[in-house]
Design a protein around this ligand. Structure first.
Ligand SMILES: NC(=O)c1ccc[n+]([C@@H]2O[C@H](COP(=O)([O-])OP(=O)(O)OC[C@H]3O[C@@H](n4cnc5c(N)ncnc54)[C@H](O)[C@@H]3O)[C@@H](O)[C@H]2O)c1
Length: 629
């Protein structure tokens, strides 16, 4: 073991929070001025950390405000056990192994620090912190003034008295940690920014470390991550939902976000060094941008479509692309249900009359949906959910799908489109937008329907011939229509909407918002990072739009090699030969291909040499090689 001492701060470094702030929260819970006092305490903590007021002043003023007792400390300890910083949790092994050389030096209090750090393998005698003074009723009345840490430059005085023999590295988030370096007692100061980032502290640091992994990596110490995740750059554009940003931050990645889209030139610059890119529909990921993408491993489209992405180039470069095809299913279904009820009740016509000053109270042409026949064209994700909710409303559901689909609940499968159209009171389109579906619904199909049918298209504009629908509405064949999608849709909100459906009675027109809800956005924000993280951490490509799909078992006690190559015959044989030559045993091997690429995954347990890795990388057809631990 080397002769280096690691001086680690506790509050906001070892744990994510400030102990005294949390103690105040607990002690003042339920009291009328809780918020005010806690915020005063927070502000004093911050001023102390930034070096704006002296440490001892910050400490004594906070204790005065606290009004806490011993039972509150017990509650605080329980809470702090749940608040150990992620990277400290990950690297408990390092803490245990180096416990003789790790000193916790803190302006906080032993009463809550010792139970936490000793539970992670550190030694009580290596904890240097303040202690509280209690009265006979166990109320905290002050701080032990004998302790140097209760005073100005306490950490410096303490460290000087320890006379450590060896190099000293200080890790912390506060100004008092930096002072160890400034005083010459520590050789290096690492500003720890996993929980808080303070300008005044980072400005003076030898290194800024976003996690303990980064510190261990820089110092070649044993660690749980071979390559710190904080070195993996994530760029998220177009205001993706905050749950997505959180997911990447939790993972320990270095996340940068941008509210808007980026044009080709800007993105070509920004993409350099980025491993994970998230975008929505307004950013074009072009060949030129991809040429500059030197580190890009995967792309998440936080939307349904991927037309804005040059998928061919992504595939050729071994970049896996994911999207969120089904996160808005429920939103579309709810709009369809709402429209169906409004249309069959003739609510829109009546509402428009009311706006024009006309009172027409009558039951004519107003129906319930209960007991009516709902005909679904396309029984995929949306069709099946609508089927369930339609039945819950008391409707009889009929469906037609070109693929043989299992009926859900009591829905009836029809053998032909005509069979559905002949029986249904409400017809709803839920087929996909493939080219062959262009104008599949025209004059002939409308003629097959019952007179006075309600018709809805929330699928894709080009699947229905609009003039045929207009004629069916004008003739009374269709008594009401709900249309959310159009063969041509305005590109921006400032472009006017031109369509023959405008102005027709009992027709609800919506600007392609079937899937546009806050919940759907959140759903996308949850779904896409899961796919990307699964690919990054495990190699699985489930749901990828351009990679062969592989669902891999979790990685346990082995190394996983991911090899992406051009799909030509003989690659697997080449790989296996290299394994045989180096006597490396394969525990699991998976191969999937598409027209362009092959994706081989190999789990190995034995040690390997750099020559072995190099030979795998040197296979001519290799596009990308990645290794997971
Ligand atoms: N309005 C919106 O904002 C919005 C939002 C999401 C989805 N959508 C659209 O809704 C439609 C359905 O979405 P999904 O997620 O259920 O898709 P999906 O792929 O799960 O289901 C489509 C189903 O239609 C079937 N199908 C295809 N062509 C057919 C045909 N000619 N006749 C009968 N069945 C046919 C398929 O076999 C499949 O079962 C898609 O067109 C999608 O683009 C619209």
């Amino acid at each position: 073991m080397n002769n280096t001492y690691y001086i680690i701060d506790f509050d906001s470094t070892f744990t994510k929070v400030e102990g005294l702030d949390e103690l105040a929260n607990i002690a003042l819970a339920g009291s009328a001025n809780q918020e005010k006092v806690v915020s005063q305490i927070r502000s004093l903590t911050e001023q102390g950390m930034n070096g704006e007021i002296t440490f001892s002043e910050a400490l004594s003023r906070r204790i005065e405000l606290l009004k806490a007792n011993r039972s509150h400390i017990n509650q605080l300890v329980d809470f702090l056990h749940t608040q150990v910083s992620e990277s400290f949790q990950r690297n408990e092994k390092f803490l245990r192994e180096f416990s003789d050389h790790i000193l916790i030096v803190s302006g906080g209090f032993k009463e809550f620090i010792v139970p936490i750090v000793t539970s992670m393998g550190l030694k009580e005698e290596n904890v240097y912190a303040n202690t509280f003074v209690f009265d006979a009723e166990d109320n905290i009345t002050g701080v032990d003034q004998e302790n140097v840490l209760a005073h100005e430059k306490g950490k410096v005085k303490l460290l000087s008295s320890l006379k450590l023999d060896g190099d000293v590295y200080a890790i912390g988030d506060g100004y008092t940690d930096y002072e160890l370096r400034a005083s010459g007692l520590a050789n290096r100061f690492y500003a720890f920014t996993e929980n808080v980032k303070r300008e005044k502290v980072t400005a003076n640091a030898d290194h800024i470390v976003p996690s303990l992994d980064e510190f261990l990596y820089l110092n070649k110490l044993p660690r749980s991550q071979s390559y710190p995740k904080s070195r993996i750059k994530v760029l998220l554009l177009e205001n993706v939902h905050s749950v997505a940003i959180e997911a990447f931050k939790r993972e320990g990645f270095d996340v940068e976000t941008h509210k808007g889209a980026m044009d080709e030139e800007e993105l070509s610059e920004k993409i350099k060094g980025v491993s994970i890119l998230g975008l929505r529909s307004k950013t074009n990921l072009t060949k030129k941008v991809l040429e500059n993408a030197d580190k890009l491993i995967t792309v998440g489209a936080f939307c349904i479509g991927t037309n804005q992405i040059d998928l061919k180039t992504c595939t050729e470069k071994g970049i896996a692309v994911f999207n969120a095809p089904y996160s808005n299913t429920r939103s579309v279904v709810e709009l369809a249900i709402g429209e169906m009820i409004l249309l069959i009740r003739n609510v829109f016509t009546k509402s428009n009359q009311m706006h024009a000053g006309k009172w027409d109270k009558s039951a004519n042409n107003s129906f319930e949906v209960r007991g009516k026949k709902l005909g679904l064209i396309g029984y995929g994700h949306i069709g099946t959910q609508l089927s369930v909710i339609g039945e819950a409303l008391g409707m009889e559901v009929y469906f037609y799908d070109i693929v043989d689909k299992m009926p859900i609940g009591n829905a009836k499968k029809c053998r032909s489109l005509e069979e559905v159209l002949r029986v249904s009171d409400v017809v709803s389109m839920h087929i996909d937008g493939r080219k062959e579906n262009t104008n599949v619904f025209g004059k002939r199909e409308f003629e097959m329907m019952k007179d006075g049918v309600i018709f809805m298209n929330l699928a894709r504009g080009h699947v229905v011939e609009v003039p045929a629908l207009v004629e069916a509405i004008k003739s009374g064949k269709v008594a009401g229509a709900g249309v959310d999608v159009f063969p041509y849709e305005p590109k921006t909100n400032s472009e006017p909407f031109e369509n023959e459906l405008r102005g027709l009675p009992n027709v609800i027109l919506t600007p392609h918002i079937g899937g546009s809800t806050e919940e759907a956005q959140e759903g996308i924000g949850l779904y896409v990072p899961e796919r990307l993280l699964e690919y990054m951490n495990n190699g699985s490509t489930t749901g990828s739009v351009n990679f062969p799909e592989v669902q891999l078992p979790l990685l346990r006690d082995s190394h996983r090699l991911l090899h992406i190559h051009q799909n030509v015959p003989g690659i697997l044989a080449k790989i296996n030969n290299i394994f045989a030559k180096h006597h490396i045993n394969i525990i699991g091997q998976y191969l999937k291909t598409n027209e362009t690429i092959g994706y081989v995954i190999m789990d190995i347990s034995k040690g390997y040499t750099n020559e072995f890795i190099q030979e795998i990388k040197d296979i001519d057809e290799t596009i990308r090689f990645r290794m997971l631990y």
